[in-house]
Design a protein around this ligand. Structure first.
Ligand code: ADP
Ligand code: MG
Length: 328
């Protein structure tokens, strides 16, 4: 099983950023309202994700580290839904097979209770020992790839790995305004984002994550037709140098990269005569599952709309209208 886990780890765990993504998605699934991500040496030395979610019960702690032990599939229908972010039950097993992993959790409101379990390269310490923790979970991943030198060799510089983590953090923090976030690197607080779904808080978060310049030159939009709603910000290409990578698109709360979506946005941009300009945007598409069937791949940021044409036309016409009105 150890080798199988290490092989599986190759699919889930590519670099520190992928560990952060899996751990944070678990924290989101656990209903957390506050998530803290802490790193040392770009994540190669230490990654810690701390949340205030449901926690994990004493008996379930060792289970959480074993493969295919997910608590998230209650029925076959669940497999087709997108209600929870992770449902393969192998992230923690895979990560622990290539690192020194510690899990501390508490399901109780009493901060004096809590339990801890550790695994080192999949050799699990059989005992669960008491460890006080506020309600929620902390997962600490040390020395990523310490036992798989070939993979460790593929890690880039601290700066590059940290850059990937920052990008992952940015996407996750943009996906949930109702969660408070903290990002720390090498004992320094890099981001501290309070929770809040009101427009002012949202804009403060956008500015903190994408730079103040982004909003100075962006159009806010919010349009709904039938079971579809599109809201967010689109950068207007006037003086600001557009950052090619500032393209964030979320479908029902999940970040998505999709050809159909990219095409609709590009076409709207081009039609309104922003020739040759790179669109920058943070857009949220909310889709009523009764109207359009959405399937988002758990790892690959892929989305499949049953009625792609409808979605494409909605995106194109919404953006086209908003951009045309904003054009001087
Ligand atoms: P999956 O998320 O696909 O179920 P994981 O390996 O990521 O598989 O996690 C295994 C299980 O551990 C989860 O199903 C969940 O029950 C538990 N778990 C992991 N992280 C947390 C967390 N932060 N809070 C509460 N439970 C968690
Ligand atoms: Mg998971």
């Amino acid at each position: 099983p150890r080798l199988a886990n290490q092989i599986a780890a190759g699919e889930v765990v590519e670099r520190p950023a992928s560990v952060v993504k899996e751990l944070v998605e678990n924290a989101i699934d656990a209903g957390s309202t506050r998530i803290e991500v802490e790193l040392e040496a770009g994540g190669a030395r230490l990654i810690r994700v701390r949340d205030d979610g449901s926690g994990i019960a004493e008996d379930d702690l060792p289970l959480a580290l074993s493969r295919h032990a997910t608590s998230k599939i209650a029925s076959l229908e669940d497999l087709e839904g997108v209600a929870s972010l992770g449902f393969r039950g192998e992230a923690l097993a895979s990560i622990s097979s290539v690192s020194r992993l510690e899990l501390v959790a508490n399901v109780d409101d009493d901060p004096r209770s809590g339990w801890r379990v550790v695994a080192e390269g999949r050799q699990m310490e059989p005992r669960v020992s008491p460890a006080p923790h506020p309600r929620g979970t902390s997962v600490t991943v040390r020395d990523l790839f310490f036992n798989t030198p070939a993979r460790r060799k593929f890690l880039r510089t601290e700066k590059t790995e940290y850059g990937h983590v920052e990008e992952t953090f940015r996407r996750l923090a943009l996906s949930r305004f109702d969660i408070a976030w903290v990002l720390r690197h090498n004992q320094k607080t890099v981001q501290q984002l309070p929770a809040g779904d009101d427009p002012a808080r949202r804009e403060r978060r956008i500015a903190a994550l994408l730079g103040k310049g982004f909003l100075d030159n962006a159009l806010h939009l919010d349009l709904a037709v039938g079971g579809l709603r599109l809201w967010g910000w689109v950068g207007l290409p006037t003086h600001s140098r557009a950052q090619a990578d500032q393209q964030y698109f979320f479908v029902n709360g999940r970040v998505v990269r999709d050809r159909l979506v990219a095409h609709a946005i590009r076409q709207a941009y081009r039609d309104v005569l922003f020739h040759g300009r790179h669109p920058v945007f943070v857009l949220y598409l909310e889709v009523d599952p009764m109207v359009v069937d959405v399937n988002v791949h758990p790892t690959k940021h892929e989305v499949r709309f049953r009625d792609g044409r409808l979605v494409h036309d909605f995106l194109f016409s919404s953006l086209h209208r908003a951009l045309a009105e904003a054009r001087p």
